[in-house]
Design a protein around this ligand. Structure first.
Ligand code: NAD
Length: 303
């Protein structure tokens, strides 16, 4: 099968948290394929403490040494004014913004019983509110252009859960929810919004996985999935799961369920019918809340 090379010449990408880990690899690849890149990174530690402009600057030097175009930015994605300045600088330097990869992230894991709310708030702030601020800052630029590709970084923890990560999982699931609505709102302006759900050996996971697993989960395996989601060929409102060279689609589906007649709608009837309610035969994705309501109305009409 012949495959056309994906080229990003003339396009501009903003990648948050691109001073290391996965974001750095996305930045290098998009720049190698012709995009001008804004390399954003606060340069802090895994738990979000500290900061340094060096992380972003080093990646910019790498891109330039390879003949690419890039500028560094050390904005904290939770700082609205700094994020707006970052986008304004991107437009000033390169004229447009085609791609936003919301990748910046931190971890503050603890079982829920021991989690202090300060660590809940900080994790939700960086992942969810940070992505919302960055997306808001590019949204009208993309609408006016009639083109945009936005990638949210969710996680298997966000879509399936993971012990000790209630804060992180909630934030990552929130990004998925944001994608579902923004994908609808952006459709007529050719703004596609998708999620990547990676598993990769980076500084974020190096202390929680053994050496063999980390080797298998090379972060380079995630880049092709993200570059695809950045491209004109990208779908919209999808969750692409990527790990160790395997790429799958994660999707929420709803079962056919049952319809109970008025007067029969009791908790006892729900319990008695649980097997049929939960039966996954013919389960389907629901494309929007309105489609979900329409499906219920149809079920009532048929009852
Ligand atoms: P990483 O720690 O190497 O990268 C995260 C980057 O975000 C860091 O460079 C950090 O400095 C930057 N950052 C943190 N807070 C910031 C802020 N407020 N403003 C700007 N930059 C900030 O880890 P990674 O594994 O490359 O993670 C990248 C993304 O992928 C994260 O969103 C993470 O949650 C997600 N993710 C990673 C995995 C995995 O297995 N590594 C799994 C699921 C999701």
């Amino acid at each position: 099968m012949t495959q056309e090379t994906m080229n990003f010449a003339g396009q501009v990408a903003i990648i948050t948290g691109a001073g290391g880990g996965l974001g750095r690899l996305y930045a290098l690849e998009l720049a190698a394929r012709g995009a001008a890149v804004v390399v954003n990174d606060l340069g802090g530690s895994v738990d979000g403490s500290g900061s340094s402009a060096t992380a972003a600057e080093t990646v910019v030097e790498e891109i330039k040494a390879a003949g690419g175009r890039a500028i560094a930015n050390a904005a904290d994605v939770t700082d609205e004014a700094a994020v707006n300045t970052m986008v304004a600088e991107a437009v000033e330097a390169f004229g447009r913004v085609d791609i936003l990869i919301n990748n910046a992230g931190i971890l503050r894991d603890k079982s829920f019983a021991k989690m202090e709310m300060v660590n809940w708030n900080k994790v939700v702030d960086v992942h969810l509110n940070g992505a919302a601020l960055c997306t808001k800052a590019v949204w009208n630029v993309m609408k006016e252009q009639g083109y945009g590709r936005i990638i949210m970084t969710t996680s298997p923890s966000g879509i399936y859960g993971n012990f000790g990560q209630a804060n992180y999982g909630a934030a990552k699931a929130g990004l998925w929810g944001m994608m579902n609505t923004l994908g609808l709102e952006g459709a007529k302006s050719n703004i596609h919004v998708n999620c990547i759900a990676p598993s990769a050996g980076t500084r974020m996971t190096e202390t929680i996985m053994d050496a063999g697993t980390l080797k298998m989960l090379a972060p380079e395996n995630i880049t092709p999935a993200v570059v695809f989601l950045c491209s004109q060929a990208a779908p919209t409102r999808k969750v692409l799961v990527a790990a160790a060279g395997t790429y799958t689609l994660a999707e929420m589906v709803e079962t056919q369920g049952i319809h109970l007649a008025e007067g029969d709608r009791t908790p006892e009837a729900i319990a008695a019918n649980w097997g049929r309610i939960a039966d996954r035969t013919d389960a389907e994705p629901v494309n929007s809340a309105m489609e979900g309501v329409a499906k219920l109305v149809k079920a009532m009409a048929n009852a």
